[in-house]
Design a protein around this ligand. Structure first.
Ligand SMILES: Nc1nc2c(ncn2[C@@H]2O[C@H](COP(=O)(O)OP(=O)(O)OP(=O)(O)O)[C@@H](O)[C@H]2O)c(=O)[nH]1
Length: 602
């Protein structure tokens, strides 16, 4: 593993790369999602990353997590959460329901971190238990995709509202860590499908989980296989070296080296652990406490850059690239989504007169070639709706007015107009000096024209030039859009939800009907069984009765027969009496003779 950039774990910990924004008073909000099959080490990674037990393992019955985890959504193939089948309740073995598919849940854990400089980082972690556990994982893709889309829709609806909600909270996901199962054989279909589908809405960072399952050579080979698959199947993962041409070779030398190093390291191969051990440095003899995995043959230090990219990933995610991930989410992924969505909502033709359209196209055609870099560089080409064109023109105006940076750089130098609960900007001011603002002009155009502070020289310049070139004729249309879009989006969402509910209802009804039919069948079977039993009992009873009467008859017959024979051999009453009388009148001589004979014999 290449460790030239991150020479030692301590260097990583104190690296200048961990560069939280000093001007964020309320703390930096950052949302990331972990997706991967069960047992790939997502929970262990989260706990290692935050240095405390924030999430319990699924196999722990009474895990002592320090933070509450909220379930945002749960869906199963049957749409009916049966006892002990749901991914959330499946902790006891139940042979009757164990064959049911577990479905997928989306859970949210909020964690607050404070760095050495007292900077607050408000992390929102979305886990996806159940991913990959179903026979048909389409359900998982749809659920995650819908969630990501919904967060974009919420922002879009908020942006396009005339009166903004000062308490609005941006819940868009800025990064998705995709945990690749350590098979050693490159990406599988589920990995490719998932990453491709979700990359439209979130920055994807592929991660090789449980990297200690490989030898160094095997790991290199696995990484190479994954890179080949990413290229071959055109999987749009986050690119660390995408903007290298924007940097000054001399001035930004370190930054360029860092980006090149990270690009070469991807996909990150991580080892995670939750237990801390004391490890002695063999060279210096210094003892330090670190998270490690204890095996019978020794300790594996997860922050050792020679064997694990854990520290690098931590530093990228919570430090050096945190703002980039946020910017890219807003400026590129969200913008693309927004353009497509608005095109769908408003239709591609909103010009009132042909003159307006001609004027508009004249302006668009004059866009210099380098301006299209945005679409050329992107994986998803933004749709050229008139609204998108309007926004592009504003960026063009910036360049016309002296800003010679390319659109990509103006994207990176963007600033959001979204406000948080306290009226603060939701998207932090980027670390670059803000000159021309692609996004702010976009926001202004598509939404609320009065939202930009009137006294800002930057905004007035953009506004004026924009007005001069294109806004004038379309002002009423834009207002119409800003009035209509939130309602259309809300309406669409209601329809979507309604459809989903109807689908669930239908599935539930089907399932219930199926169960009712089964129960009815069982009841009918039982009744039939009861009937045959009763019949058999009756027959048995009859048979018994018959045999009893037969026996009785036999007994009676026998008794009768016996009586006849008895009486035949027996003397009559008179004879009996006579015999008794005879016996009682035995002669004395007879008795003596007898006694004599006995004595003579002896
Ligand atoms: N060898 C090795 N094992 C790991 C690593 N990370 C986690 N594990 C182990 O893998 C098992 C599963 O880890 P979890 O963190 O619960 O996996 P998960 O992806 O959250 O699983 P679900 O909650 O079921 O989705 C546990 O026994 C961990 O100790 C690693 O880097 N290397």
């Amino acid at each position: 593993m290449n460790s030239s950039y991150y020479e030692s774990p301590s260097m990583v910990a104190n690296s200048p790369m961990i560069n939280y924004r000093k001007d964020a008073k309320k703390g930096i909000k950052f949302t990331f999602m972990v997706v991967g099959e069960s047992g790939t080490g997502k929970t262990t990674f989260i706990n290692s990353l935050l240095n405390k037990k924030v999430v319990s393992h699924r196999y722990e019955k009474n895990g002592k997590a320090t933070t509450d985890t909220k379930t945002l959504a749960f869906t199963s193939a049957k749409a009916v959460a049966l006892p002990n089948t749901s991914i959330l309740t499946r902790d006891e073995f139940n042979p009757e329901t164990i064959h049911e598919e577990p479905g997928i849940a989306l859970t949210e854990t909020k964690v607050e971190m404070v760095d050495d400089d007292n900077m607050k980082l408000l992390l929102n972690i979305i886990d996806t238990p159940g991913f990959g556990d179903n026979l048909n994982n389409e359900l998982c893709f749809v659920e995650i995709e819908n969630y990501l889309k919904q967060q974009f829709d919420l922002v879009l609806a908020e942006e396009t509202r005339i009166r903004r909600n000062p308490r609005f909270i941006d819940t868009r996901v800025h990064a998705l860590l995709y945990f690749i199962t350590p098979t050693g054989h490159g990406l599988r279909e589920i990995d490719i499908q998932c990453m491709k589908r979700l990359s439209k809405y979130v920055n994807i960072l592929p991660v090789i989980a449980r990297a200690d399952s490989f030898t160094a050579k095997e790991l290199d080979h696995f990484k190479e296989q994954i890179r080949i698959d990413i290229e071959k199947f055109n999987v749009p993962v986050f690119q660390f070296d995408n903007y290298l041409n924007e940097y000054d070779e001399d001035e930004d030398y370190e930054l360029i080296q860092e980006c090149k190093f990270l690009a070469g390291l991807q996909p990150f191969a991580i080892i995670s652990a939750e237990t801390e051990y004391e490890i002695k440095d063999p060279k210096t003899g210094e003892v330090r406490r670190t998270k490690a995995r204890q095996y019978p043959w020794g300790l594996v230090d997860i922050s050792d850059p020679k064997i694990s990219d854990f520290s690098v990933l931590k530093s990228v995610l919570l430090g050096s690239h945190l703002q980039d991930l946020k910017d890219l989410t807003h400026d590129f992924l969200y913008e693309t989504y927004r353009t497509e969505r608005l095109t769908k909502v408003t239709g591609s033709k909103t010009f009132e007169t042909d003159e307006d359209e001609n004027e508009f196209h004249d302006t668009v055609e004059s866009i210099p070639e380098h301006h299209n870099q945005f679409s050329a560089n992107s994986n998803t080409i933004p749709s050229l709706s008139n609204l998108a064109q309007l926004t592009n023109i504003s960026a063009l105006n910036n360049s016309v007015n002296g800003d010679t940076t390319s659109t990509t750089s103006s994207i990176r130098k963007s600033k959001s107009m979204l406000l948080d609960e306290d009226g603060e900007e939701i998207i932090d001011t980027p670390r670059f000096k803000d000159t021309a603002s692609f996004t702010s002009s976009t926001s202004t155009v598509s939404m609320d024209l009065s939202a930009r502070p009137p006294d800002s020289p930057q905004s007035s310049r953009t506004n004026n030039s924009f007005k001069r070139k294109s806004i004038g004729p379309q002002r009423s249309q834009l207002r119409q859009i800003s009035e209509t879009v939130p309602y259309v989006i809300r309406h669409e969402r209601i329809l979507e939800r309604q459809q989903k509910l109807e689908e669930m209802e239908m599935a539930s009804a089907k399932e219930l009907a199926h169960r009712a039919a089964l129960l009815e069948q069982k009841a009918a079977d039982l009744k039939a069984k009861e009937k045959t039993l009763m019949k058999r009992l009756e027959q048995e009873r009859l048979r018994k009765q018959q045999s009893i009467s037969q026996i009785q008859e036999d007994v009676a017959d026998r008794e009768e027969g016996e009586n006849v024979t008895k009486f035949e051999g027996l003397p009559t009453e008179e004879e009996a009496h006579r015999e008794i009388a005879h016996n009682s009148t035995l002669n004395k001589d007879e008795t003596i003779t007898d006694l004599h004979s006995i004595v003579s014999q002896s």
